[in-house]
Write a protein that binds this ligand. Structure first.
Ligand code: GLA
Length: 380
């Protein structure tokens, strides 16, 4: 009899604990710092019952931390970033940031819309890059939290005024970061404008799934049969080139380091990989865009998006001058990589590329997901 009671009690205990575990979504806020203009910046920590934690600051909507388990359940921060707000303000290569209004490059910082020419900052040689001098990565967003049974979200809002950084229209932007119970971080973008404008929003996290100083042993699959070759200033030439028999073929998982140093004009121009891939199945909405994995740790990240392109940047400009968080060291060359889901670079000036215009009556929406798991990967 006692035995039966004990068994019953343990069963009740088991169900009860499981129940509380599935509901263990949390979001906490703490103070991260003050901008040089004196604006307070908060940090939000989102966590799920599996122990995954994502930290986001209101400055630039920057993801500062993403802790995910390896195949043995050991958690590791898989994104590059800084300890201090001042580092993000002064010298960040867009670590973890939201990018807008127009992610990637616009040739010579000029575009025409409804018969009018617009001039933007030339902040990357002669070109415009990632929204200009003070893009969405350098503004403080308004935050609010939402918690549901199986999801926890941080909503960030920013109003970009008419002609801010040279772009027309008052643009109201909302970014919803959501952490789910299955270790997925969803990013939902929404924007409306009161005048016709252009838009290309993305997220600029630098990933390193291994915790080592290099991403060259990571394996990457890109769901893309073609990519956009670039000129010497990294502006797409307008051609759409098949990846077959080139170092740009990631249609099957391939070590990033395998061909990165090959004699190839496009690799030379990019100083490695710094190109936009043309994702397959552009019209079906959310679909698999990329799979990044680290065979050593067993960590894998799948990227899903509804966007037509993905910029794969292999951290070629990291030069050992950016201080590592929680460390006295610096981030070396190619120690992180970006997978920026987006429209094609320079689309406002390239008639054959998918349109990036947002009209006043429209609501722009888009979604990208980063899903972490530990499938059985071949150990190397
Ligand atoms: C993007 C660009 C790169 C570089 C980084 C930031 O990914 O394509 O060329 O500018 O941002 O350093």
């Amino acid at each position: 009899m006692r035995k039966i009671v004990l068994i019953l009690l343990s069963l009740v205990g088991f169900t009860c604990c499981k129940e509380t575990q599935t509901n263990k979504m949390a979001i906490n806020k703490d103070f991260f710092g003050k901008t040089k203009d004196g604006i307070a910046v908060d940090r939000y920590s989102l966590s799920n019952s599996a122990g995954m934690r994502v930290q986001i600051i209101t400055y630039g909507g920057i993801i500062t931390t993403m802790e995910v388990p390896d195949r043995n359940g050991i958690f590791q921060d898989v994104v590059l970033g800084y300890d201090k707000l001042s580092d993000y303000e002064e010298s960040s290569p867009y670590f973890g940031a939201l990018i807008g209004r127009f992610g990637n490059r616009i040739a010579e910082g000029k575009f025409r819309l409804e018969g009018k020419e617009y001039t933007l900052a030339q902040n990357d040689g002669e070109n415009h890059l990632h929204g200009g001098t003070k893009g969405f990565d350098k503004v403080v967003w308004k935050a609010s939290e939402q918690i549901q049974k199986d999801e926890v979200s941080l909503k960030l809002i920013y109003l970009s005024k008419d002609m801010e950084e040279g772009y027309p229209g008052n643009l109201s932007v909302e970014v919803l970061y959501t952490l789910t119970q299955d270790n997925t971080l969803k990013i939902n973008y929404k924007a409306v404008t009161d005048q016709t404008t252009i838009l290309n929003l993305t997220q600029h996290s630098y990933f390193n799934l291994s915790g080592t100083n290099s991403i060259l042993d990571h394996e990457l699959m890109l769901n893309a049969d073609a990519y956009l070759p670039v000129d010497e200033t990294l502006i797409p030439t307008g051609e759409i080139v098949n990846v077959a028999k080139t170092p740009f073929d990631f249609t099957k998982p391939k070590k990033i380091g395998r061909e990165i140093n090959d004699e190839d004009l496009q690799l030379k121009r990019g100083l490695g990989y710094d190109h936009c891939w043309v994702l397959n199945e552009p019209n079906i909405g959310l679909r698999l865009a990329a799979v990044l994995s680290d065979p050593k740790s067993g960590r894998q990240m799948e990227v899903f998006t509804d966007q037509p392109g993905i910029q794969f940047y292999s951290g070629n400009f990291l030069d050992g001058t950016n201080p590592k968080k929680n460390s006295d060291e610096y981030y070396p060359y190619r120690s992180g990589l970006c997978l920026e889901t987006q429209h094609y670079p320079n689309a406002p000036n390239e008639a054959s590329f998918p349109i990036v215009v947002l009209n006043p009556q429209e609501v722009f929406t888009s979604q990208t997901q980063f899903k972490f798991s530990n499938p059985k990967l071949d150990q190397k």
